[in-house]
Design a binder for this molecule. Structure first.
Ligand code: RB5
Length: 151
């Protein structure tokens, strides 16, 4: 069952390295009637991933978007930025098994893809696995609840 709900749009963001993949995945989601909010970047011009990751993370945190899908060249920079937000659990995934476990065990709310290391067909499979896997809860609930830093 899909984790996408009709009330919320999927939030997407990338830097220039992820721009092409973001466009492909966005078009695929939209062709399925899924609403997407694209936080940029909007071209292949060199840019800084935090400029797009922070607004996307804020929209997932506020509940405007769920889930998020993000990508940069390696996935690392954008994942590091997203995970600075207390309410974000961004998971860098390059296989479908990692995507499934990020949902089942970590209740990941942002999927991060390494755009320069996987092709579009692999990325599509990872995205679909992520979007169609529920959080297992149980023992994982307690662990996930302990992730945010105490204020
Ligand atoms: C951009 O060249 C590249 O550094 C960026 O996409 C990403 O891989 C950073 O983590």
């Amino acid at each position: 069952m899909s984790i996408i709900t009709p009330e919320k749009c999927v939030g997407m963001c990338s830097d220039h390295a992820g721009f092409e993949l973001k466009n492909k995945l966005k078009a695929l989601l939209e062709s399925r009637g899924i609403k997407v909010k694209d936080f940029g970047t909007y071209s292949e011009e060199s840019c800084d991933y935090p400029d797009f990751a922070h607004p996307c993370a804020a929209a997932v945190e506020s509940g405007e978007c769920y889930p998020g899908i993000a990508m940069c060249g390696t996935g690392n920079g954008i994942a590091m930025t997203l995970n600075k937000h207390q309410g974000i659990r961004a998971a860098l995934c390059w296989t479908t098994d990692l995507a499934r476990l990020a949902r089942e065990h970590n209740d990941a709310n942002v999927l991060v893809l390494p755009a320069r290391f996987i092709d579009a067909a692999v990325a599509e499979g990872i995205m679909d696995t992520f979007l169609n896997t529920a959080f297992e809860g149980g023992r994982h609930e307690r662990r996930v609840a302990k992730i945010p830093m105490e204020s």
